[in-house]
Design a protein around this ligand. Sequence first.
Ligand code: GLC
Length: 742
Amino acid sequence: MKKTTALTLLMISLFASAQQETIDQKVNSLLKKMTIEEKIGQLNQYTGDNSATGPITINPNKQTEIKAGLVGSMLNIIGTKYTRQYQELAMQSRLKIPLLFGQDVIHGYKTTFPIPLAEAASWDLTAIELAARVAAREASASGIHWTFAPMVDIGRDPRWGRVMEGAGEDTYLGSKIASARVKGFQGNKLGDLNSVMACVKHFAAYGAAVGGRDYNSVDMSERMLWETYLPPFKAALDAGAATFMNSFNDLNGIPATGNAHLQRDILKGKWHFQGFVVSDWGSIGEMVAHGYSKDLKAAAFSAITAGSDMDMESNAYRYNLAELVKEGKVSVDLIDDAVKRILRKKFELGLFDDPYRYSDGKREEKELNNIENRKSALEVAKKSIVLLKNENETLPLSKNLKTIAFIGPMVKEYKANMGFWAVDLPEINYDKWVVSQWDGLQNKVGKNTKLLYAKGCEVDGDNKEGFAEAVATANKADIVILSIGERHNMSGEAKSRSDIHLPGVQEDLVKAMLATGKPVVVLVNAGRPLIFNWTADNVPAILYTWWLGTEAGNAIADVLFGDYNPSGKLPMTFPREVGQIPIYYNHFSTGRPAPDENAKGYVSSYIDLKNSPKFPFGYGLSYTKFDYSGLKLSSTKIKSNENIKVSFQLLNVGKVTGEEVVQLYIKDKFGSVVRPVLELRDFQKVKLNAGESKTIEFTIDKEKLSFYNDKLEWNAEPGDFEVMIGASSTDIKLKSNFELVD
Ligand code: GLC
């Protein structure tokens, strides 16, 4: 390394540590001035009253308590006007410690992006980071310092409504996305005006709730915890995540909020996490309902002892910690550690220099939902759409179509495109700034194309009275586009469903449309994988359009008419029936693996159902076709300190430009513990023009072959491996073998 570079780096690190030392010095000198009540105040977070994201506790004294320095943070305070008002209250306190404002900016603040599960379907880390970056720019312009995102819970159970907030079932893809989202939210560094603190949630294993029922228990081996559920949290931490949020569930009998193994041993111990942990809404107090804590005081003891630094909305710390310290049951050192973690972030955000620096109305006006941000939202939305079926080249639609019947309960919806966690902005008129699917088609078609509309039916309920009008409308058209699915409040928190079939009579509407003999295209809008077997088997063209946010209508129109060639791939397995759940691609072989999806007898399968998913992980079609050839390995035998270069040719053999997500899977043929039938270990999203080819390269190193062995050590074991290149987890195009020799 050149001398100057080394010297420069040395200067930077000395400056940084000097600056850091300054912050630590400021934290320590402030701490010395604080009373125990003021210290506990910093650990106390209340919600604003304009929107509740949990069971509200009525407390008319919040503002008085803020002025008395007894509140450290507020959530659900929206906009520069209100954040400034609340900050002014905090500035009346004795030590003038500024409030932190947190908000669930999960996939956009005002400009709303596709739900995270849809973004995951883009497999485009740059697009995913961009979405978080825009969300951070808008939120920070509205006085928000801290978003309660990314949610990085691995989701293998589509009955769990919160799969919509995550990145799906795969640990490798989920870890890459977790890192991209943290970088997007936090930007270059905390304290930049267009950055917000990330909050990695929900720590941990919340997505494995028994039965897919939200808040339910989780029981899993330490191995599964480390192998499948923890890596995305570690990836987010390695990306610099400022905060963590713990989860509602009990894990192996101990609620996460009171789980020292999770928060002390792993997060703050082994992983050396220097930020702070906020409890989920009321989760400290809920340890009483768990039957883990006798009362709120016991819950406060368990939570602070286990490493929960801030108490969201349970009042456990507010009313019990001082007494626990006085009784000698809780050391003031524990309190001080939590307070210092929180104060450090307030200093890093520059709030002591200027408590109002994020509450600038002019910036808010310029930043929110501007053209640039909407363009980004459109880009990400297009990339998130998954083409599930396209027989007889039904899609893309011709722009010379005379009459299109656009039918279904989602066609003219606005809010339904926004998803469960869209920020609840006051005085919002969604029809003024969200592009419905109907608007999108109107924006797209020329004056020679007539658009007809019929609702057909509601999203749920059994009323078929609208079918006749829908059929009559379809009969007047050249083609039917049918938009069905879930409304925005049918997936999300506390929205687990025991039956994930298309709700209501929507599939009957599909049948009625097909019965007209017209060509039918179906758009499925949902926050989770749904079951729609009849539709999937009988409709020639199907797009999975998730909940795509502000630009939903334009994105869908671009894909319908081929102005964007769909490139999404499923981040979650779609089951045939609920009975298959949990079903995920990287399962173990078992001693009696079913050789094919129809195998019965003494094999691991169902006697009443095919032994395969309806749509597999990593699956998605294109308007073009790609040819994979010429797999080469730089070696078929490597030592653990060596790597293998894997290369192959990808050729676009179709007529239009397209993007393909090429997936690298590894199978470890045997190990000190059983290994999955295959595991995603790398991917690339490649854009090729018609006729264009490209050499794609991957590198396999020891890290890609490693796993938690029978002693729970992360290591690679010598033996035989298979490398596969797939267009999905079941569409393996090329494969070869190699050996790890030591
Ligand atoms: C909710 C959610 C959590 C969210 C928090 C604040 O209950 O579980 O994800 O960040 O409360 O709204």
